[in-house]
Design a protein. Structure first.
Length: 162
């Protein structure tokens, strides 16, 4: 985001003086394990609160849940994403929070979603064509540590409406 741009009087193009501050966008993907299995109502309540908070912070992303494990992608201004993630890390409802990907981005993968959500334990999701690659894998750091791009493949699978 361009916060300030100043042009000084100049006689040639090479004498332009730019003074600006740019916010860096980033994407952070993490996994964690719930301390107890979430009911459908608890997942719905979590999702409602996450969407409200993320919308107010300018955060987009995707939340996946399967068998007591979460995977979440957060996107937005770097400072905001890092601050939100610190809050998430201290949430007593889960443990073993581990970052899989943390990188600068030029555009959002989940721009239209304050927080997309899929419960991967849902029978309707389990029967989704193409989902078999991920069906038997838990959403844990061990599953994605050797190839963190797999987490984005999974998140994007559901972003595309499958």
């Amino acid at each position: 985001m361009l916060k300030h741009l100043q042009f000084d009087k100049v006689s040639t193009v090479s004498q332009f003086s730019f003074i600006f501050e740019v916010s860096t966008m980033m994407q952070l993907v993490y996994v964690s394990s719930a301390n107890t299995t979430f009911s459908n109502q608890e997942l719905l309540d979590l999702l409602i609160r996450a969407r409200e908070k993320n919308h107010s912070l300018g955060i987009s992303g995707m939340l996946l849940y399967k068998g007591g494990n979460f995977m979440q992608a957060l996107e937005g201004e770097e400072e905001t994403v890092k601050k939100l993630f610190k809050t998430i890390q201290t949430d007593p409802r889960h443990h073993s929070t581990e970052v899989l990907l943390e990188e600068p981005i030029t555009e959002r993968s989940f721009a239209d979603w304050s927080m997309g959500f899929r419960d991967l334990s849902d029978p309707a999701v389990l029967s989704t064509p193409g989902f078999t690659r991920f069906m038997n894998n838990p959403l844990t750091a061990e599953t994605f540590r050797d190839d963190p791009t797999g987490c984005m493949e999974l998140l994007n699978f559901f972003r595309q409406g499958r």
